[in-house]
Design a protein. Structure first.
Length: 338
DNA sequence: AACTCCCACAACCGCAATCAT
DNA sequence: GATGATTGCGGTTGTGGGAGT
């Protein structure tokens, strides 16, 4: 039995909003607010619309200070950088672009920006990257750049990435070795990801870690390959005024290097004064790829008891050994900004 | 002018998280 | 703690308009 519908489908209007409906909704909310109840709002406002539809219309179109029209180059760069680091978490990306909505950015990415990026690559390599997230390009570029061995986890990309990108597993044929020179040229010289401050922090070692997570930088992948979001506390919805830095601290990489072991991440939030708050919000992501669970030493612990400033973290990252093989034997750190 | 195709954007849908009782 | 209601998110679909034939 499915869940009860949020409204009487037979008696609600669907499809594009008329100017009259817009006016009604706008005037009602400006006068009364949403009242914290979107479901009841349409009736009160005299609209034959579903509450969800009203909410969407307000948030994406009618709300004050919504910016419409062309995206700037800066906005492009921010979107690309954040997409590369956290994947398709449009609400978080939107929080960094005042006046833009998640829907707007999502549409822009799907219809223009993605193609724009693909257009930077020669046709010969296009077919090979078409179904990979941007991070895979990072991976390939770092792989070439650092003359590494076959990357581990190549067969696991699909497990850590949105299914959106991937054809059925049987059609995947990617070793990490094919035709990367064009990709490399594009990523290092032209790829917008590398043209701003945030992007400069995407070191090869971070790319490596990123590839283990796919495009979901904050995604926990269970043994069945499914992916669940980490909890941010509260309602789980990250609001702009709660933005901060997140740090992922990876340990026990030795176990991962042979694809057998596991690792855990300790996720901490930085407060607005850019201090790492070890005792603050903490969620632990546990994941492993086989029955060999990580040791208790790493499992369920939150050992980062120091307090770092963001500059210190940046230093740690920039000074981190970029050699992937080395990193497998070291602790790795990555952070992303949102 | 009529038709088809394509694209951009708006809107919908289902799901998961959270809240309220 | 259980359950239903509500909210927010991200993927997908629908729609309208412009371009091409």
């Amino acid at each position: 039995m499915g869940r009860a519908p949020c409204c009487d489908k037979a008696n609600v209007k669907k499809g594009p909003w008329s100017p009259e409906e817009d006016t009604k909704l706008k005037e009602y909310i400006e006068k009364n607010g949403t009242g914290g109840n979107w479901i009841a709002l349409p009736q009160k406002a005299g609209l034959k619309r579903c509450g969800k539809s009203c909410r969407l219309r307000w948030l994406n179109y009618l709300r004050p200070n919504i910016k419409h029209g062309e995206f700037s180059d800066d906005e492009d760069r921010i979107i690309c950088t954040l997409y590369a680091n956290i994947g398709s978490r449009w609400s978080i990306i939107a929080a960094q672009l005042p006046g833009r909505t998640d829907n707007d950015i999502k549409n822009y990415w799907n219809t223009k920006l993605k193609k724009k990026l693909m257009g930077l690559l020669p046709p010969s390599s296009n077919h090979q990257i078409r179904n990979k997230p941007p991070a895979t390009l990072f991976h390939e570029s770092s792989h070439l750049h650092n003359d590494h061995q076959n990357p581990p986890f190549t067969s696991s990309y699909r497990d850590f990435s949105p299914s959106y990108y991937y054809p059925s597993p049987s059609t995947i044929s990617f070793t990490g070795l094919e035709s990367t020179s064009a990709v490399m040229a594009s990523t290092t010289n032209n790829f917008p990801y590398f043209q701003n401050q945030e992007a400069s922090l995407v070191s090869p070692s971070m790319q490596y870690y990123y590839n283990m997570f796919g495009s979901e930088g904050s995604c926990s992948t269970s043994s069945d390959g499914s992916c669940s979001q980490i909890s941010h506390g509260g309602r789980g919805d990250v609001k702009q005024d709660e933005m901060g830095f997140h740090l992922f601290h990876h340990q026990n990489f030795n176990n991962l290097s042979n694809g057998k072991g596991g690792f855990d991440d300790h996720h901490h939030e930085l407060s607005n004064n850019n201090k790492f708050m070890p005792g603050g919000e903490t969620s632990i992501i546990n994941q492993w790829t086989s029955s060999e669970k990580p040791s208790d030493q790493y499992f369920g612990q939150t050992p980062l008891l120091m307090e770092y400033g963001i500059e210190e973290i940046k230093q740690m990252i920039s000074g981190h050994n970029n050699n992937i093989e080395e990193n497998k034997r070291e602790e790795g750190m990555m952070y992303y900004y949102y």
